[in-house]
Design a protein around this ligand. Structure first.
Ligand code: R2B
Length: 300
């Protein structure tokens, strides 16, 4: 590891005497002396993010067992007062919720990147642990994202900035993908873990070609043509965050990975039909994969 603190791409930050990470409810009172933030968060090596606060709490409890940390069966939500996101710290790992989709995720991602910068964290790795729709893989399959495509089927992320369309590449760290596949997967697993491309859309219904939203102006045949085209691009899963997540982390040079479990095979339909019990069991699968990877990572 190179041991470097992430360099953010905003010269204005240096001129700000203080910085309130509003959605996390963390106040960096003095940006020239962040020793309090360093004391609280300086040891962070991995930032895990996932949709819901309850899943991130469960992940925190699970990781504390896996990492052999002192009892963390009731971890404290460090962002409770912000009422937006939930964040737990277990040893050198942060587990933080990001909501549904890129817009809620990007808010907390910007603030988490600033947090690790102010805390002086060395080479932190950012991971998304989520659920998704699958393409041609059975429900319950864990997909580790290679390239992130947007809803236009491009391996990039598009964002409107100052009224202009800005397009950025969306690649995850090859090293992180390789290590997750090498250390996170075990032959005895009762489920498959595969590495493939992911499409991150801005809409769960029309953006993902579903025919069961409040609006649908295409045929079932159009939908299948689209999904098959996705599949031909090596896209094995569809969610709502990958392209933004890959592009922001790539832009600031922070290593990141996206590990999601499929809860439906979209080539067979649009409605999620698994039971809630099955869903909860499936949601634990990325925990296993990521838990083993983090354990190995922290040994180095
Ligand atoms: C997967 O699950 C959520 C939508 O139900 C969204 O966050 C995603 O990408």
């Amino acid at each position: 590891m190179s041991n470097s603190v992430p360099e953010l791409l905003n010269p204005n930050l240096k001129a700000m005497p203080s910085d309130y990470l509003y959605h996390l409810d963390i106040n960096v009172a003095n940006t020239n002396d962040t020793s309090d933030i360093q004391q609280r968060f300086g040891d962070v090596k991995v930032v895990c993010m996932g949709g819901t606060g309850s899943r991130m709490r469960a992940l925190a409890v699970y990781l504390s067992e896996v990492l052999g940390l002192p009892d963390s069966s009731d971890p404290e939500d460090l962002c409770a007062r912000g009422h937006r996101y939930a964040m737990y710290k277990v040893g050198p790992v942060l587990c933080c919720s990001h909501g549904v989709g890129s817009s809620t995720f990007s808010v907390v991602l910007h603030e988490l990147l600033k947090l690790v910068k102010y805390a002086g964290c060395q080479d932190p790795i950012f991971l998304r642990i989520g659920t998704c729709g699958g393409l041609g893989v059975p429900p319950g399959t864990v997909v580790v994202t290679k390239d992130a495509f947007n809803g236009l089927l491009r391996n990039e992320h598009e964002i409107a900035i100052l009224g202009q369309r800005v397009v950025r590449p969306a690649k995850f760290s090859e090293e992180v993908i390789k290590d997750i596949m090498a250390y996170g997967v075990e032959a005895k697993d009762s489920f498959q873990t595969v590495s493939g491309n992911t499409m991150g859309t801005d809409c769960f219904y029309e953006g993902q070609g579903r025919t069961d939203g409040a609006i649908c102006e295409y045929s079932d045949e159009d939908k299948m043509t689209f999904l098959k085209k996705c599949h031909s691009l090596g896209i094995l899963n569809i969610e709502m965050e990958a392209s933004m997540f890959a592009s922001v982390t790539q832009k600031v040079g922070v290593k990141a990975g996206d590990v999601c479990v499929t809860i439906i095979n979209r080539l067979n339909g649009d409605q999620v039909t698994i039971t809630m019990d099955q869903k909860h069991e499936f949601e634990k699968r990325p925990f296993l994969v990521v838990g083993r990877y983090i354990k190995k990572l922290l040994l180095h």
